[in-house]
Every structure is written in C-alpha cells, then in structure tokens.
Design a protein around this ligand. Sequence first.
Ligand code: NAD
Length: 519
Amino acid sequence: MRPLVSVRNLWFNTFVGSAALRACSNFIAGQFTESATATFVTDDPSTGQPLCTAPVSTAEESKQAVVSARAAFEDGAWSRTTPASRASVLVALAEAMESRFSELEADLVADTGCTIRVTSMLQVGGALAHLRDFAEMAPLLAAPQAFPISELNGFGQSEVYREPHGVVAAFTPYNFPLLVLIWKVAPALLAGNTVVVKPSPLTPLGAQAFAEACQTAGLPPGVVNVVHGDAAVGQALAADPGVDLITFTGSTAVGVALMKTAAATTKPVLLEMGGKSPSILLDDADVELATRGTLFACMLNSGQVCAGTTRMLVPRRLYRDVCDLLKERVAPMKVGPADSEESDVGPLISQAHRDRVLAHITGAVQQGATLATGGTIPEGLPPGYYVEPTVLVDVDPRMPVAQEEIFGPVLSVIPYDSVGDAVRIANGTRYGLAASVWSSDLSRARDVARRVQSGTVWINDFGVADVTRTPFGGRKQSGLGAEFGVEGLFAYTQPKSVYTALDVDVDKRGYSVVSLGWD
Ligand code: NAD
C-alpha cells in the first residue's frame, strides 16, 4: 500500500483504501499517471469528511512533466499552428467541460466549500465563459504588427512578432481552482505555449477535471500537463531550467519565494497575489448600494477572494448609521454547507485556516475593535470549518486586522475625516490589488479612483472582470504584471522585432558612412 500523507488532518490516514474517495492523478504527456511515491487526502470543508486523493509528486515527476511540455513545444504541432486553430481548441475545452457541468459543479463545491450558487455562476460558468472569451482574442496574435516605412528606417520594413515563451509553469491557489487555472492556461495556450499546472494541494479536483477535458478535446499529448503536490514539488518546477515562464496566483509570501527561485535562471514571473482592498464610501454615496456591494464583496466565497473589499472606509459623520446598516444586512445571511441552495456563506477551506481567521478576530477585539456581529463558529452545523460573517467596527487602520489579508468573512469598518484621509488609509497597506469607490458624483469618484494605489477600481460596483479588454493585476506587493486584456495576453508572449531591408542599394545603408577601405 502506498504511504498516505494528509495535507489537512492526519487522522485521514484511517481512510486508506476507502472506495468512496475520488482519485486525482498527474497528467503527463497525455496520460494519467499514478504517483511513484505518496498520496495525500483532501477533505470536504463543509463536512470535514475525506474527499479525494492526489499524488505527492516528486521532483522527478515534475521533471517528466517539463520534458513532456518541452517536447510538445519543440514539436511545433501546437506552437506553430495558427492562433485561430488554438482558439478552436479552447472552445472545444469549454464544450468538454460544459457537457459535465453538474458533475463539475458538485466536485468543486465539495473540493472548495464554495457555495453551489457561487460555484455555478463564477467557478464553472465563469471558467467556461472565460475560455470562450480568451478564444475571441486570437485575432490579436494573428499577424505581426507591421510599421509603415518611415524616414527612420528609410527603405525597410519593421515588424514585431509575438512569440510564445515556451514552457509555462502555472501555479494556482485553492480558492477558485478551476477559474484561476483557466485565467492562466487559456492565454498561455492561445499564445502557443505548452503548460505544466501545479494546483493547490487543498483543492486538486479542478485541475483533474481540466486534464480530463484536455483528453476529451483531443489536445496533443504534452501541451497541458498537471503535477499535483506540495511546496517541494512547486519549488522543483519553478527551479527547472526547462521552464521558460512562471505564472503564479497565490499568497504574497509564496510569490516572493517563487520570484527568488526564478531569479537563478532569469525566468520571467507573473505574480497575482494577496490583497486588502478598500471600499471607499464617499459622503454622497447611495449607502444601501454601497453596504450591499461591500458585504457581497467581503463575504463572497466566505471571504476567500483576493480582491474582496475587506476594509470599508466611511465618513465619520455617517459612521454609526452605516455600522448599524451593515449589522442589519449581515443578520439574514445564512451560513451552511456549500451544497445547499439555501447557503449564502459556506465554510473556510480548513480547520487550520478557520483557527487563523478566528485568531485575527480575537486579536482585533483585544486591540480595541468592537465586534458588531459574528466572530464565532456558528452552531448547529455539520463538523465543517464555518465562521460567522463578521463585522468589526472602531477599527484603527494600523491594526493587523486592517493591514493583513485575513481571507475570511471579516469586514473592518474604519472611519475617516476627509477624502484625503480616506485615500491615505486606502493606500496605507502593502497591498494594491483592487478597490471600490461609492459616490453619486462620478467625476468625484473617478478622482478618488485615480488616487488609489491599486490595479483595479470599481465605481459603484465590485468584481467586474472584462477578460478580453481590461487588465487585472496588483500594485505594490499584490502583484507583478497583469492578467486579461491585451497586456495579459501579451504577457504570455515575447516580442521579436524583424527588420527587412526592401532596397538593395548599398549606398543607402547606414554602414555606407564607413568605407572600411572598400571602393
Ligand atoms: P498559496 O500561496 O499558499 O499557494 C498557491 C500555490 O503555490 C499552490 O499551488 C501551492 O501549492 C503553491 N506553493 C505553496 N508554497 C510553495 C512554494 N514554497 N514553492 C512553490 N509553490 C508553492 O496560496 P493559497 O493559500 O492557495 O491561495 C490564497 C492566496 O491566493 C491569497 O493570498 C489570495 O489573495 C491569493 N489569490 C490572488 C488572486 C489574484 O488574482 N491576485 C486570485 C486568487 C487568490
């Protein structure tokens, strides 16, 4: 029997051999392969029950995946096809997954603890829509950018080709495992790269489903590979000289570690990392809209959303009324198992993470914040990892709860005295991922939006992602580079300038100014 290592709770070892467990495998060179070494077990965060097994891959297995991706890239059957034909494969992938929509939905609900309504709309629905959206971007890669003959180049033609990097290593987080995988793999494939995916060991089922779709859609072997496992295999993959680009979504600490590893072989890195996004309520805002929008953004996926607005900045004059309204709006939120249509807020990913979130709440109260609502484990639920939606008021912006990413259903409400003060507080963390500004005066809201140090600002809304047109990325320690839009697609390419002389008259050449002794 293979050794079994649990990522969450060691007592899962008692479930060795349980027929009920789903099995994930590595996907290398178009084949699902058993792990040569150990297997870990994940659990369903709604119940704490064991859910699936996946390999603890070794550095050798990572190497095999990179070799497979390299061979597929060099072969040219993928990298030198047209962008239009690669786009049709993205559509085929969407169709393959759509044909199993309900199964996929159920798997991801159990895998992540994200409620079924959100999983259906965002995780599965969003993944399929975004695959198709990326496919529509193929014309951007169809032809080189040609520059008109100018005085500068006189009698030649300059063109810029967008070429794939080669082998892309894609690291994905636990919170939206399929959606984030698509955000990376779809543009990488469209640009002609081949890919090795390293999913989070907490939620391996999304990558498994994607690998199965690759087989169904007939992707050439080696174009997409999946290697499951922990940080050790992640480091082996990042260090592999056969990898040409790292694309990572996850915590800032791990992003920094990957950047250091990548430096040894000068690999470019795209980093999408943590956030502490502010929701700035201006004094002329529609307060009802703003409180609903902010609570939605904060409690979505139990607060396990990178861009979730977790700090609400409120003019001091409106502060008590807004705090009361927030409390009122949280009261009917129903916490419960993710597979129930009734549940608004599901569990957190693990017991360890729940303990971290509860410790943040306790710490904030010890430091002087007031618990307006929530803050504990709700009663009467199955033994999953639930935390009540929590609103903390009287929060000082310097408190850890207002500085650190908590990744739980916890909103900190902070008063401010002037718009300048609000902007200063908004910008006063190491993060800069996203923000919302709420105001009935759009030019005022845009002015504040321009002053906030974040990659994305939503005015009177939250979470709009226009994949094909607008970039999404973090400032400061929230990220490096951007996903989506032309910038996001081109990040998976490298430019090549090709200059073609169109006139053979040697006297017109720049080097004719130096005779080198010729006649
Ligand atoms: P994480 O950083 O723990 O893990 C992300 C990935 O990196 C996983 O595949 C993990 O196995 C791997 N990994 C972990 N340690 C590693 C190491 N030392 N070397 C190589 N690989 C390693 O992140 P998480 O807890 O899974 O996800 C939550 C984080 O992701 C939050 O910080 C959240 O803000 C962030 N996130 C950001 C975005 C964004 O677009 N900016 C989107 C979603 C999530």
